[in-house]
Design a protein around this ligand. Sequence first.
Ligand code: DAH
Length: 344
Amino acid sequence: MDELEAILAAAPQEIDATESIKELDELENRLTGRKSVLAELRRSLGNLDEKDRPTMGARLNEAASELNALLTARRRVLERSAEDQLLVDDAVDVTLPGVGSTTGTHHLITQTIDELVDIFLALGYQVADGPEIETSWHNFDALNTPWWHPSRLQSDTMYVDYGDPRDELPLRTHTSPVQARVMVDQDPPVYVVVPGRCYRTDTFDASHSPVFHQIEGLAVAEGITFGDLKGTLLHFAQEYFGKERSIELVPHFFPFTEPSAEMHVSCFSCDGSGCRVCGQSGWIELLGCGMVDPNVFEAVGYDPAAVTGFAFGGGIERIAMVRHGIADIRHFFDNDLRVNRQFV
Ligand code: DAH
């Protein structure tokens, strides 16, 4: 019993001196566990005289609850300070700059297509598209380009299926076959632009790529004139290259337009006086155009006596190269991030 009183007297200080839950657990075990003095005394109660047992038992219970109260109080203090420490250790400085995630951007070809298409959407045009594997009829015949035309040779055009001109399947060599598709599908008036991928047997070099993109335009209605074509292309040139631009239409030949022309835009870099961008000529060749040939109208089932129309088509890469001063078409396809990141 003396031993227990000594333990009780020392306990408050001992308990307060613990600095961790682990230390407290060990002390608790020593003070109240199975091998503690308290437990031993409890076990020996049976050996006592019957008259001494109640007082002794009551004192032991009192001692136990005294110890438990002290232990519980200390445990609360230690738990709280462990939590406080955790908050300190895990603290996040919300004022630090974040790691951030980078979002991608559209490729320059897509950006150029979007910008060109927007110019024509604002004029009331719609966007049309067609397949990249095309029939020879849409790609050539309907566009007044007969079976014997040299551009149909296997050396010029890539074929999925080559042979009988009636059912052979080329990879489309331009976006012009979509003109035929739209007119076969719908009655005039027609106002469409067609951006898309095209294929030719060109060798990959600074100015050629066997895979490239074009944008096509087609307007068909009663009374459309060459003046409408010129006005539309001038508007396009000024929207895309700046209000100061002028254009010239130089006679040319395409099987599916008559008359046909090549559209030149005055150089935005030197304003027409001659520089490296325009090769000293003051003019930049941009696209092909003309009045839709009556043979095309006949092929798609339109009456050439009732409607007239104009069409134009040009390379997207070429337009973007001119505008952004890109010297090599391969930059569009190499996916070199140092290049791509310049056009975000
Ligand atoms: N399809 C022609 C080419 O790839 C470009 C072209 C010229 C399109 C005249 C037209 C046009 O719509 O009228 O070279």
